[in-house]
Design a protein around this ligand. Structure first.
Ligand SMILES: Nc1ncnc2c1ncn2[C@@H]1O[C@H](COP(=O)(O)OP(=O)(O)OP(=O)(O)O)[C@@H](O)[C@H]1O
Length: 252
């Protein structure tokens, strides 16, 4: 199996005037294999989103390296990021906010296709097909974000994220705002897409039960460090740290 994403000794120290420097992510290393569903769990403030923000290049790393498909992307900026986002896409917690409220869902999905060279007409047809692939009728392309439910909007966000056929999806609390049955449906959709498109997932979540259900492997983050790693069943059955034990007890 090939490594799709690797983080090597990734560190982020926030430096702000008048406050002490704060190291939110401290020497974090991990890799995600092709076709794998890797979870990262940890309590609020443990550094999960900071890791994601560095990987997706929304935030500069203080030190360390990020490789995507073997290529060093740690310092990629501006136009160089287009190639990065072709391979790696994100799905966030609040789908309604991730779409422009003044534009229809179909336009939002077609936009990424047009950015990558597709003609508008073709992109609109493809947007409808992607919505269908994600379990919505293609007519949803004509709806605004506020005209659909949270679960439907998250399906549209997934349709947009897979539009340009990325290898890796980063799902940052992508099911956390949804109720339990809708969460299940979204996880089923992600599993279907993984089988059909050989997707690789980095699944950030604070809920170890969801990670157990969905992921092949999990990293536990605490105070900016990875404190544990294994299959979800291994970690749940035999937690090595008191912190992980508390995380498990709080959910299961
Ligand atoms: N721009 C910033 N400046 C200073 N500190 C920050 C900044 N962004 C995040 N932090 C701090 O870094 C730590 C990690 O935050 P992060 O958002 O990565 O945690 P998290 O595990 O994703 O939490 P949550 O699940 O609540 O989103 C927190 O203590 C946070 O206050």
């Amino acid at each position: 199996m090939s490594v799709v994403l690797a983080a090597e000794h990734l560190t982020k120290t926030f430096v702000s005037q008048g406050r002490e420097n704060y190291t939110a992510v401290d020497d974090v290393s991990f890799s995600v294999e092709s076709g794998e569903k890797l979870g990262i769990i940890g309590e609020s403030g443990s550094g999960k989103t900071t890791v994601v923000n560095m990987i997706t290049r929304l935030l500069d790393a203080s030190s360390g390296m990020i490789r995507l498909d073997g290529e060093d992307i740690t310092s990629k900026k501006g136009k160089e990021l287009k190639e990065v986002y072709k391979k790696m896409q994100m799905v966030f917690q609040t789908p309604t906010e991730s779409f422009d409220p003044r534009r229809k869902l179909g336009d939002g999905i077609a936009e990424s296709l047009i950015n990558f060279g597709m003609k508008k007409k073709e992109a609109m047809v493809k947007a409808g097909q992607l919505l269908e692939l994600c379990g919505l009728e293609k007519e949803y392309a004509g709806r605004y974000p506020h005209e659909v439910s949270g679960g439907q909007c998250q399906r549209a966000a997934i349709a947009r994220a897979i539009a340009i056929d990325p290898r890796l999806l980063i799902l940052d609390e992508a099911t956390s705002a949804l109720d339990v049955t809708i969460q299940e449906e979204i996880l089923e959709l992600l599993d279907k897409l993984k089988t059909e498109r050989n997707m690789t997932y980095l699944f950030i979540c604070h809920d170890i039960a969801l990670v157990q259900q969905f992921c092949d492997r999990v990293l536990v983050m605490h105070q900016g460090k990875i404190v544990e790693e294994g299959t979800p069943d291994e970690v749940i059955r035999n937690p090595k740290t008191e912190y992980t034990r508390r995380l498990i007890e709080s959910v299961l």
